[in-house]
Every structure is written in structure tokens, then in C-alpha cells.
Design a protein around this ligand. Structure first.
Ligand SMILES: [Zn+2]
Ligand SMILES: [Zn+2]
Length: 355
């Protein structure tokens, strides 16, 4: 340890399931990096298996990839004007040399680093962040909102890739954070005929708060999903289907319930192997479906990227993602949030650390 180096509190993952609140050295800045004093950090669904099941890419590691804060120090060759700025953080650090990177499709980088999974992230008082990964926050955008930029950009990436239009009849199956955010952004973009499939009462209540008319909500525990959607779409099914679950049954549902020449967007990370019976596969061909995947979000520093799109919506209060925050904890108590998500002891959507 260098003499006079400052200390900070951080959640350090030493091994699978071995997460400890510790006092550690503040991160050392590499060239073109800045030190961010973290003000808000959301817990992502992916943090739970990372901490308790699979471990991170390497240990010890400070998890947390959805965070925002204030730049308190700039490293060598970093732009000094970042000092004091309120910032959001794009967590993926691209290699800048692979083919997707050369095409500015950094989300598909083949040799990336990642804050909070491959190098230290935001469940700490401070984090070192490459200046290229920063986005300046307008005054109207809160730190909490900015800590949700990443999941919002993921939802927006799916929405924009499938080119949803106002006239489209849309279905969303799966109401985790991304499914709920998708609903929020689709509505904000003018879509009105959005059918939603869920199986939890608090998700339904959340959607109603976000503007969903109750008639558009299908509780799959009590309804036959096929009959339900066909009754509402005159037997045709929808134009665009967002599959946000990642299970075989809901993939088949999406292919069944999407109309001829419709589009299916695959959003949910798979729980296990996927397979299709021939009769289902035929539907992709005969209905000439477009089946598309989506991954991560675009961040290129151009104002056409997903992150700038999200910021512009936040700036105009077109979306209110804080509506999805169900729990708030100070840094020291963040483990309670991890526990709720691991053990599902309480209803939750987004659990936020506020430092
Ligand atoms: Zn995440
Ligand atoms: Zn790359």
C-alpha cells in the first residue's frame, strides 16, 4: 500500500457466496480514468448469481455495474473538466480493436472488460472509471435515475432494434425490471395497444401506476394466454412480441401469438436449453416472422445512441423510472437487498443503494 493512500468502504466478493463489507484502498487511477464518488447503485438481477452462484470473472472483486456519481479526481491524460461533474457510467469497456468495436458496436465487443464483473464496480464509496465510459448528467436527472441508465438503455435497445411503431399491437411477456421498463418506454414513444403477460400481483399494480389499463393485463395464472390474446386481437395475434422471460414455453408463446409478418424480439436470458417442435418451427417460416435478438445497449457518445435517447426522455420527464424502486439501502446495508433478491422474501422491482 502506498503511503497516505485513502481508504474506502466496499463490498468485496472473495469467492462464491463470500461477500464482505471491508475497508480497502481507494482505487488507483490509470491513464484517462477518473475517480467517481458513487451516489447511487442499483442491484441488477445478474448480480445475484454472480455473488451467490457462479462467482465473478476474477476475485476479489467489487460488484455493481449500475451506478452514478460525481467525479472527484481525474487521472493522468484525463480531461480535467470532468472534475465535479455529475455522471452516469456505461459499464462495458470495449477493446476498440475487434470487428464489432471497429463498427462502433461496442455492446458486442469480443474482448471487453466490465465494471462490476471483470473489474471493480460501484458497490463501494468510490470507483475508477475510464473517462470514455462517462456520460454527463443534465441537472434534471437524479443520481437514482442515472443509476438506472443501464437497464433503461437495455430496454430501449430492444425497442429500437425491433422498430416498434405507434400502430403496432404489442405484447410483453415477463415483467422483471427490463419488461417493466420496456412498457414504460413503449408508452412514452406513443404505443397504446400493449398487452402484458404476468403472474405477480405487484407487477400488475406497478404497471397500472405506469398507465396500463387493467384490461390489457393478462394474469397467466388464471387465464389461457392464447385464448386471451386472440380474443383481443380478432384472432390474429400481435405485430410485435417481446419475450422477456427466457423459457421455452414463452418462446413458443411468442411464435404462436405473433401475427403473419410480425416481429419477435428475444430479450430474456435463457434459463436452460431451448428447443422447438417442428410444428412451431413451421410458424416462423409460414408466417414469415422476423425473430431477433438483443444484447446490452449502444453507447457511442453520439446523441443517437441508446444512452442519449434515455437521457433525453429523463430530461423531459417522459419516463419516471424511480417508480420502479421498491427498496433503498445505504451502502453498509446493501446485503439486505442482495438477500431479498436471492431468497425472494419480499416483492421487489429495483433495489437501490444510496450513498
Ligand atoms: Zn445489469
Ligand atoms: Zn472489441
Amino acid at each position: 500500500m502506498r503511503a497516505g493512500m485513502s481508504k474506502m468502504k466496499a463490498w468485496v466478493l472473495h469467492d462464491i457466496g463470500d461477500l464482505r463489507l471491508e475497508t480497502v484502498d481507494e482505487p488507483e487511477l490509470q491513464e484517462k480514468e477518473v475517480l467517481v464518488k458513487v451516489k447511487a447503485a442499483g442491484i441488477c438481477g445478474s448480480d445475484i448469481p454472480r455473488i451467490y452462484q457462479n462467482g465473478a470473472y476474477s476475485h476479489p472483486l467489487i460488484p455493481g455495474h449500475e451506478f452514478s456519481g460525481v467525479v472527484v479526481k481525474t487521472g493522468d491524460y484525463a480531461d480535467a473538466s470532468w472534475q465535479g461533474q455529475r455522471v452516469g457510467v456505461f459499464p462495458l469497456i470495449p477493446c476498440k480493436t475487434c470487428l464489432p468495436c471497429r463498427r462502433k458496436q461496442y455492446e458486442m465487443c469480443q474482448n471487453y472488460s466490465y465494471l462490476g464483473s471483470r473489474r471493480d464496480g460501484g458497490f463501494a464509496e468510490y470507483a475508477a472509471v475510464p473517462e470514455e465510459n462517462l456520460i454527463r448528467l443534465p441537472d434534471q436527472v437524479t443520481f437514482e435515475e442515472a443509476a438506472m441508465l443501464e437497464p433503461m438503455a437495455v430496454a430501449v435497445h430492444a425497442m429500437r432494434r425491433i422498430s416498434a411503431k405507434e400502430s403496432d399491437r404489442i405484447a410483453i411477456c415477463g415483467l422483471g425490471t427490463i419488461g417493466l421498463l420496456l412498457f414504460m418506454f413503449l408508452r412514452e414513444a406513443g404505443m397504446r395497444e400493449i398487452y402484458v403477460f404476468g403472474n405477480k400481483e405487484y407487477q400488475k399494480q406497478t404497471l397500472i401506476r405506469l398507465g396500463l389499463d387493467e384490461e390489457y393485463y393478462c394474469d397467466v395464472r388464471v387465464n389461457d394466454a392464447d385464448r386471451w390474446i386472440m380474443e383481443r386481437t380478432k384472432g390474429t395475434g400481435v405485430d410485435v412480441f417481446f419475450e422477456c422471460v427466457g423459457k421455452n414455453a414463452t418462446l413458443i408463446q411468442a411464435l404462436d401469438q405473433t401475427t403473419s409478418a410480425g416481429r419477435v424480439m428475444l430479450v430474456g436470458n435463457p434459463f436452460g436449453d431451448m428447443s422447438l417442435e417442428k410444428s412451431v418451427y413451421w410458424k416462423i417460416l409460414r408466417k414469415q416472422l422476423t425473430v431477433m435478438g438483443t444484447w446490452n445497449s449502444s453507447f457511442t457518445h453520439e446523441n443517437t445512441d441508446d444512452w442519449h435517447y434515455v437521457l433525453s426522455r429523463l430530461e423531459e420527464k417522459g419516463v419516471l423510472p424511480a417508480e420502479l424502486i421498491t427498496h433503498r439501502y445505504p451502502l453498509e446495508q446493501l446485503e439486505q437487498g442482495f438477500g431479498i433478491m436471492r431468497d425472494k422474501t419480499e416483492d421487489y422491482v429495483k433495489i437501490m443503494g444510496q450513498y
